[in-house]
Design a protein around this ligand. Structure first.
Ligand code: C2O
Ligand code: CU
Length: 474
């Protein structure tokens, strides 16, 4: 090789190496850098949007709301018949707890059931050790024992409480109740009414004692044959013409999804999963899955008439309540529709890669044994997901089954960003989102409270068979 050949070869080599490096560097990142912002910058931006819009914690009122709840077997009138239930203070639903935002809630649970139990405060942001998840946040409360839950009520809204031990049996037997937290200056509704929706599977007029059957597990959990609202079947509700009412709907059923719809009334949705939405909207095709809440602002017609609350979810519409508007006309309370001002606009999160993808699947192949799994793991044999506190996180949930899974996150609220690749405009927080068969849903959140938080399907039979995992917020 002479000098010229050596020079030519090395020039060729460096061109080749150079262009190799160039190409490697330019693709595929160069393609995305034009369309997609840098991932860590985007995450910072999404985190900042939240910090700018969401107020840091509220000031305590200094008041304490104290309640004793005794969980015991009890015969309670349900749908006009005596039913052998498990109840709090001999009531189904359990006592409705009302308090004010900033109050300290102190609830002493006494367990007189034949099995251990706990209390979970669905949708409430509590310190981790008050969350009621057995063997994660506390040891279960054995029969004969008591446990005191104590926490500051940081959010105003519609919440509920229920056990987190053998939920598919304990909740089905009647252990659940509403928790309504009013803001410092409550809105001047003329009535504020909570309807706790449940369905019961009865056989021979008593609660069918076979829980977590293979049928329940292979399908969408245990659907009952008796629907009740505050333990009454198709109750009659009476309002006065012109009255402005806040109606809070809570779905405490093990598995049934409701799609509430009215004939004769035109409600506005003002809150989802407890807390106010950024922009109220007319109620239409909104599913109330197990765990979910919907709050409605309804102005009654200004003359006597009748209306009906339906469930349109099933093919045969179910009449849930008969509404009678009667009596003297009242002057409608006049105030603007309430709305939240602290909902961040996270539409830019579309361009962020998910931090984790949860897959939902059934496992097991034996005819009689089916387990529901998250990431092919069956609770309690799971590896928790670690998430960083105070930083925007995007989680993808992919349902690889044809069944419903209302997925519920403890301790944090989240926003649904997209469903099956389509951006959704949900300017509100949720704690439970329903995935229909084969859905993929992206959610965004900023974990605020450290600890080990349960993430599970709220079809209680699915959860009981393993469809639960833990998210560690560090
Ligand atoms: Cu209402 Cu972990 O649930
Ligand atoms: Cu499920």
């Amino acid at each position: 090789m002479n000098l010229r050949q050596i020079v030519t070869t090395s020039i060729l080599c460096s061109i080749l190496i150079g262009s190799y490096l160039y190409l490697n560097q330019q693709s595929p990142q160069s393609k995305t850098s034009h369309n997609q912002p840098d991932q860590s910058q985007l995450r910072q931006q999404l985190t900042r949007i939240f910090a700018d819009s969401y107020p840091s914690d509220i000031t305590p009122t200094g008041n304490t709301v104290e309640i004793n709840l005794v969980a015991a077997q009890s015969t309670v009138e349900v749908a006009g018949q005596p039913l052998q239930t498990w109840a709090y203070n001999d009531q189904v639903p359990g006592p409705a707890i009302t308090a004010q935002q900033g109050d300290l809630l102190k609830v002493t649970l006494t367990n007189q059931l034949p099995q251990p139990t706990t209390l979970h405060w669905h949708g409430v942001r509590v310190p981790n050790q008050m969350d009621g998840v057995p063997d994660v946040t506390q040891t279960p409360v054995d029969s004969g024992n008591t446990f005191t839950y104590e926490f500051l009520l940081r959010d105003a809204g519609t919440f509920w409480y229920h056990p987190h031990v053998r939920g598919s049996e304990q909740v089905e037997r009647g252990l659940y109740g509403a928790l309504v937290v009013q803001p410092a200056d409550p809105l001047p509704y003329q009535q504020d009414l909570t309807l706790v929706l449940d369905d019961w599977l009865l056989s021979q007029n008593q609660i069918n004692p076979y829980f977590n059957t293979p049928h329940d597990l292979m399908h969408d959990g245990r659907w009952g044959n008796l629907i009740t609202l505050n333990s009454r079947s198709t109750p009659g509700l009476t309002f006065q013409p012109g009255e402005r009412v806040r109606l809070r709907l809570i779905n405490t059923a093990n598995a049934r999804v409701f799609r509430p719809q009215f004939t004769g009334l035109a409600p506005q949705v003002i809150a989802i999963d407890g807390m106010l939405v950024a922009q109220p909207f007319p109620l239409r095709d909104l599913d109330l899955a197990p765990g979910n809440r919907i709050d409605l602002d309804i102005t009654m017609p200004d003359q006597p008439t009748d209306a009906i609350l339906w469930d349109y979810f099933s093919r045969l519409n179910i009449r849930l309540a008969d509404i009678s508007i009667q009596g003297p006309v009242v002057t409608t309370a006049d105030f603007p529709l309430p709305h939240a001002t602290q909902i961040p606009d996270w539409s830019a999160a579309q361009d962020l890669k998910p931090d984790h993808t949860f897959t939902l699947d059934a496992l097991g192949g034996h005819m009689m044994a089916i387990n529901w799994a998250i990431d092919k793991q069956i609770y309690p044999d799971i590896t928790p997901l670690d998430l960083q506190a105070n930083t925007f996180q995007k989680l993808r949930i992919t349902n690889n089954s044809s069944r419903f899974h209302p997925m519920h996150l403890h301790g944090q609220f989240f926003q649904v960003l997209s469903r099956n690749g389509q951006t959704v405009d949900e300017k509100y927080w949720r704690d439970t989102v329903l995935l229909y068969g084969n859905d993929t849903v992206d959610i965004g959140l900023i974990p605020l409270d450290r600890g080990s938080w349960a993430y599970h399907c709220h079809i209680l039979e699915h959860a009981e068979s393993g469809m639960m995992t833990l998210i560690n917020v560090n």
